[in-house]
Design a protein around this ligand. Structure first.
Ligand SMILES: [Zn+2]
Length: 267
């Protein structure tokens, strides 16, 4: 007589194979849900930060009336605005970090013509904003430096390629940046470029690909300021200006000086 003492080896293998197939199907779906949930949390946090900022803007005597981010930074003696908001308990520290990419939010602020507060908080989740784009470029740059993939002396062309591959395209320059400049109506694309201290700036040219031989800029974006090339071609038409010499700039201030001295005007 044969006694059944439990599973045979074949049965056990069948069960394990079924479990493996289930895991292969379910895990990516679950990770997808978790990712989506984190993106929603990020969006909520950014909306909340806008509210907290507006509260702080009205409540703080020295800050109220400031017209842009530079003026607020001047009042705070160079302190980061988000750090200040955490210190003054307008928000929690964890609310200032994107839960998807684990980077602190970038911000931009200005008082519009009718005196209303316009503030934006962005991280790499924000695909169509220039701030989100800068944030993604900084994230890639930071990670690849930390892992040793980028090395000193290595060209900035690698970052252009990596950003291009991550997004599938370079960001098209919005007409708000070109309007009122000699490049109005042109299709331009932002390319990332880091200064020697790691600060991220963008320069815009007509090349939409990750091609690395183009180091000429129609526009440059650095710390919220847009610079326009004043260079002229032999026929007198506006043309892009080379940015090869800017790499030694160790900060936004140094870049500002270099750009003003090299045929760029502030928009
Ligand atoms: Zn985010």
């Amino acid at each position: 007589m044969k006694k059944n003492k439990g599973f045979t080896l074949v049965e056990l293998i069948v069960v394990l194979v079924i479990l493996a197939i289930l895991a292969a199907i379910l895990i990516p779906t679950l990770t997808g849900y978790i990712q989506k949930a984190r993106e929603t949390v990020c969006q909520t946090q950014r909306k909340s930060l806008e509210r907290y900022f507006k509260t702080m803007y009205v409540a703080e005597d020295e800050i109220r009336g400031a017209k842009d981010l530079l003026e607020i930074k001047a009042v705070l003696g160079g302190q980061d605005v988000l750090d200040y908001m955490v210190g003054q308990r307008y928000c929690e520290e964890k609310e200032t970090v994107c839960p998807v990419y684990h980077v602190q939010y970038q911000m931009d602020f200005r008082l519009n013509a009718s005196g209303q507060v316009e503030v934006e908080f962005a991280c790499p989740c924000v695909k169509e904003s220039v701030l989100g784009y800068v944030s993604l470029a900084e994230k890639i740059y930071g990670d690849k430096w930390a892992s040793g993939e980028y090395k000193k002396g290595q060209g900035r062309d690698v970052l252009i390629k990596d950003l291009f591959n991550e997004r599938g395209s370079l960001l098209e320059v919005s007409s708000s940046f070109t309007s009122g400049t000699v490049f109005e109506g042109k299709k331009l694309y932002w390319r990332p470029y880091w200064l020697s201290d790691g600060s991220m700036i963008l320069y815009a040219g007509e090349d939409s690909g990750s091609g690395t031989n183009q180091w000429k800029a129609n526009l440059v974006y650095a710390d919220g300021v847009v610079y326009v090339s004043q260079a002229k071609s032999w026929s007198g038409a506006a043309s892009p200006a080379g940015i090869a010499g800017i790499h030694a700039s160790g900060s936004y201030d140094a870049a500002d000086e270099w750009l003003r001295a090299n045929n760029f005007g502030v928009k």
